[in-house]
Every structure is written in C-alpha cells, then in structure tokens.
Design a binder for this molecule. Sequence first.
Ligand SMILES: Cc1ncc(COP(=O)(O)O)c(C=O)c1O
Length: 366
Amino acid sequence: MDWDQMIRAELEGLVPYAPGLREEEVRDRSGREDICKLSSNESPYGPFPAAIEAMRAELHGLNRYPEGASVTLHEKLSARHGVPTERIIVGNGSNELLRLIAQAVLRPGDEVVYPWPSFVVYPTVTRMFGATAVPVPLVDGVHYDLDAMFAAVTERTRLLFLCNPNNPTGTIYTRDAFEQFLERLPAHVLLVLDEAYFEFVTDPAYPDGLTYFDGERPIVVLRTFSKIYSLAGLRVGYGFAPEPLRHALDCIREPFNVNSVAQAGAVASLDDDDEVQRRRDENQEQKTYLYSGFDRLGIQWVPSETNFVWIKTERPVEVFEGLLEEGVIVRAFGPTPALRVGVGTPEESRRTIEAFEAVIARLGSV
Ligand SMILES: Cc1ncc(COP(=O)(O)O)c(C=O)c1O
C-alpha cells in the first residue's frame, strides 16, 4: 500500500497534539510522590458540587444514547446569555467546535489568520482542511497587535482566530483596540473569538465577545466548561454562531457529540455563579502570590488574565527539566524563551516558588 497516496497530502507534516506530561511519568522521573501538574491550564479543584451530584445521577441512564441535540443545555445557555437556541452550538470541548468551523468553511487556497504564539489547534485545523496558515507574531512574543492582524488579511482570508485572553501568554487585547479592528474587518472574513478563559478575566478593558455578536455579522464566540467550571475531563464547550453557520455545524457534527454525563454536569454548573466567583478570586490570589515569588527570584513574568502565567527564561529546556525534578510540571514550547506556569492551589503555588528557587540554586539563574 502506498500510504502517501492514500493519506491526504495536506496532512503531511502535522504532528499529534502533545498533552502535558502525565503525573505518573513525573513521579517516576523525580522520585517524588507529590506532583504539581500545572501544564494544561486545568482547574486544580474538582467539579462544582451540584455538577457532581447531577453527573452521578446520570450514570444510571448510560445504557441510553445522550440527548442528541443537547436541548436542556442549549436552553440553559440561551436563557443565561439571551441568545436564541438556534444560534447556539455545543461540542465535545470547544476544540471540536474549532474543527467543525474550519471544516464547514475552509477550502484549499483559503487563508487563516491567527496570532502566534497562540492555541496550537489553530494551525492544525487550518492545515487539516487544506488552507494556508498566516500566523501573526505577537509583539515581543507577548502582546496583541490587532493592526498587524488586520494587515495580514487579504481577499483570500476566510477565517481569523482571536484568542482572548491568549493562550499561552495570558494577555488580552482591549475593547478600544478591538472595536477599531472590527470596524475595518472586511465582511468576507469569519471572525472566531475563542474565549476559553473568559471567566477568569478581571481587567475592565476586556471586551466580552458576546457584546459584538448579533447573529448577523460573521462572528463566532466560543467558551468552555473545561476551565473555571473544572470539567476538562468531560469535554464540553459551546459557541454562538449566526444561524446559517450554526446549521452547517449542526449537520456535520457527530450525532451524539456531547455525552450525557457531560450535558448533566454542564447544566448543573451553570447554576452556581457564587462558585465561579470564588474560584476567580482564588485564582487571583494565587497569581498575586506567584507574581511576588517570581519578583523575589528575579523572574520576569507577564500579567495574566487567565489561570496560568507566562514567564521569561533564556533556558526554557533546562528550567523545565529542573522543575520536573522538583515534581512541578509546567509547559515548555520548544526553544521559545518562556514557560507557561499553571495556577494551582495555595500549596501548589508555594511548591512552585520553592521549585524555581531550587532550580535557580542549581543553574545559577533562569
Ligand atoms: C484558547 C483555548 N481554546 C480552546 C481550548 C479547548 O478547550 P476545550 O476543548 O477543553 O473546551 C483550549 C484548551 O486549553 C484553549 O486554551
């Protein structure tokens, strides 16, 4: 069999998504039991109590297929956000929605503009459907430049991803900058606002993407239950899209794309705004602790609107490995002179700073 003939040429060179290291691997490598997994921007806390109860109740019905159209979840999201259900889509993580959107609109030769560094799935879904990736570098590798993103738009641009706040840098673009950008963006471009970390944001200059969504303009807003709602393992995300696009996504998704336990957990989570607030506050507190620890150690960090912090280092690989030896898993991005450090529990924050201290003692600096 000539597999090069069999497999679509566009897929050549793609690499599987690399998840963060597993705790078991690091336990073996470091010889430590108490591993801090701060590499996948997960919540350090379990699902909300009401979600656990709802999911447990759902287990007895697992002999049945899920509700195929996730009706209850749609209705709940609709009531909460004031958006008709016909403009709402849910997915097996917002990741599935990114892929479905690309699948629905991209043709070979189309261009897809996105910031870089940003979420690694944007280039994958671009190439998967034969389109051309147009990454736009962040200023100093950290800050958005929406003028540069606008300048990258051509007649062939079909999709433009904006990740706000951005993963992995934790940075945002402001309302003013976004409104100027939006005013100029030509109508043939579908703008996808990926707001996976929306609930962590505290900066009042942050533009809530949903404000700009009217069901007419070519704008999609994506959110997820994986982050502040602590349901990453279930895979459930949602999006708001104009009806014709939403219809197309609905047609090409798997018939039962969100499992029944996930639907139950998501629905129950949406009732507990106090818990969201508590977790946002706790995240802020831990970030403040990390910032002051990094300052004390002379480590440069970037103010974050998310549940992770982007720190600068000239020796990312050595520091990453050094932290592993201390039982702390962060995320490295090849030779990029930075690391992404997740925000964990108070105990994990303390361990993180201690681990950096130990690495600096060994390496001399970071
Ligand atoms: C920016 C961004 N978008 C989307 C996702 C996907 O989230 P999920 O598929 O878990 O909803 C992630 C996950 O880390 C992310 O960082």
